[in-house]
Ligand binder design. Structure first.
Ligand code: BGC
Length: 455
């Protein structure tokens, strides 16, 4: 059963949908820059125009209303609001988000703001970015500027989206902007700045807001599934899901979440790094681990076994197993075990901040987009979510990734994750069948999940 006030939502991120590359005072982010380096992004594509959400947000909010969304999670572009990253605030940039918030509220949709979804101002990158010990203060000032303008109307806030990706893949393994490979000790230093930036931003949000806010973070992270329902197998999966793996420690859950939610590093982390772990004074620990209101989680597929077993298939995958167009495994049970494990360890209500799949979606001759696989995906994952809620895990909301097809980072525009199809040549939007199906789920507050798929 879904509670009456369940936040049925969908999500996006500034760089992926907005376009308006250098408009109204915005300056470059590290993604704007990365797109211009040959070979970084598929087909040499950029976010310069993307879905043009910056200009078409009213039309997009009207479509959200048609779907019946209760919540829209979007991110603010730091270089739009503070073009040089630190210093002068760009009023026009803030105005855009203020207008978006007003339009959402007029349509009965709760805005959920992510402060950082990977688009670091290029100017700050040139000063060392997250390696610079000043970075927590830069982020705090930015959070303050956004909060000052929006916190009278925005109640739900997320500091960071997926440190696993922007630090792990961006600054450790070199697969996302700014495409850097750094050694573990540098990444430990970056982690320290990340934790302080998060803590300082939380304080700034609470100080600026004249009312109680709901603040969280939106990490992703490896979640393993038990091989059976036995207590032993569940415990094995739980332990693996919170392990800190040598070489891939930035990909896990506990590396990022334990300091923030528990105020300490895990035993695994202590074992791995000993006295190389970042040091915090008691005041800094208090800032890093000040209480949050929810645990946001981005969840797509269960983690596969590493290293891959001899048969060439990984855990939860088998010959002919269901996969999305990005080859990600379809593993609905992860929507049961992820909230369960995270709630047991951190004790916070969960908000699913992202979940979805990339499909080969196009507009059919009849003018519709028949994405039956997304419907089935959504159906299975939502049933698993309902099951874990029935087992007592509080879940406040679910956000489908994404509201519309968009710029899938280094993969460009080929993967289509949206509930709404976007024709990038004409900016024509088309509600996919999954959007109509989701609309019915929302209308019935999840009761239609018990029935066979209908659109
Ligand atoms: C990110 C999104 C991304 C999605 C699909 C998440 O890791 O937060 O920005 O588009 O996954 O790859």
């Amino acid at each position: 059963m879904f509670p009456k006030d369940f936040l049925w939502g969908a999500a996006s991120a500034a760089y992926q949908v907005e376009g308006a590359y250098l408009e109204d005072g915005k300056k470059e982010s590290i993604w704007d820059r990365a797109c211009r380096v040959p070979g970084r992004v598929a087909h040499g594509e950029t976010g310069d125009v993307s879905c043009d959400h910056y200009h078409r947000f009213r039309e997009d909010v009207a479509l959200m209303k048609e779907i019946g969304l209760k919540s829209y999670r979007f991110s603010v572009s730091w270089p739009r609001v503070i073009p040089d990253g630190a210093g002068a605030v760009n009023e026009k940039g803030l105005q855009f988000y203020s207008d978006l918030v007003d339009t959402l509220l007029e349509n009965g949709i709760e805005p959920m703001v992510t402060l950082y979804h990977w688009d670091l101002p290029q100017a700050l990158y040139e000063k060392g970015g997250w390696k610079n010990p000043e970075s927590p203060r830069w982020f705090e000032a930015y959070a303050r500027a956004v909060a000052r303008r929006l916190s009278d109307r925005v109640r739900y806030w997320i500091t960071f989206n997926e440190p696993q990706i922007f630090i792990g893949l961006g600054l450790h393994l070199g697969a996302m902007a700014p495409f850097e490979r750094n050694d573990d000790d540098t990444v430990l230093q970056i982690s320290r700045h990340f934790f302080l930036a998060h803590g300082r931003a939380v304080s700034a949000l609470r100080e600026e807001a004249g009312r109680p806010l709901m603040i969280g973070m939106a990490p992703t992270g490896d979640v393993y599934l038990p091989e059976s329902g036995s207590a032993e197998d569940v415990e094995k999966a739980r332990r693996a899901s919170f392990a800190v793996a040598p070489g891939a420690f930035t990909m896990g859950n506990s590396w990022w979440a334990d300091p923030i939610f528990l105020g300490r590093f895990s035993e695994d982390a202590e074992r791995l790094f000993g006295d190389r772990l970042p040091c915090f004074t008691p005041e800094e620990w208090a800032c890093v681990s000040q209480p949050l209101d929810f645990y946001g989680f981005n969840v797509y597929q269960a983690t596969t076994r590493f290293p891959a077993p001899a048969d060439g298939y990984q855990d939860h995958a088998y010959q002919g197993s269901p996969k999305t167009s990005l080859d990600w495994n379809v593993t609905p049970d992860v929507m049961y075990y992820a909230p369960k494990f995270l709630y047991e360890r951190y004790g916070k209500p969960i908000i699913i901040t992202e979940n979805g799949m990339a499909g080969m979606d196009w507009v059919s001759l009849d003018g519709r987009v028949h994405d039956m696989q997304r419907i089935d995906f959504l159906h299975r994952y939502l049933l698993a979510l309902e099951r874990v809620m029935d087992d007592g895990v509080p879940v406040l909301g679910y956000h489908h990734w994404s509201i519309m097809d968009n710029m899938e980072w280094a993969r460009g525009y080929d993967p289509r994750f949206g509930l709404i199809h976007v024709d990038y040549r004409t900016q024509q939007r088309t509600l996919k069948d999954s959007a109509r199906w989701y609309a019915r789920v929302i209308r019935t507050n999840g009761e239609s999940l018990a029935a066979p798929d209908q659109i």
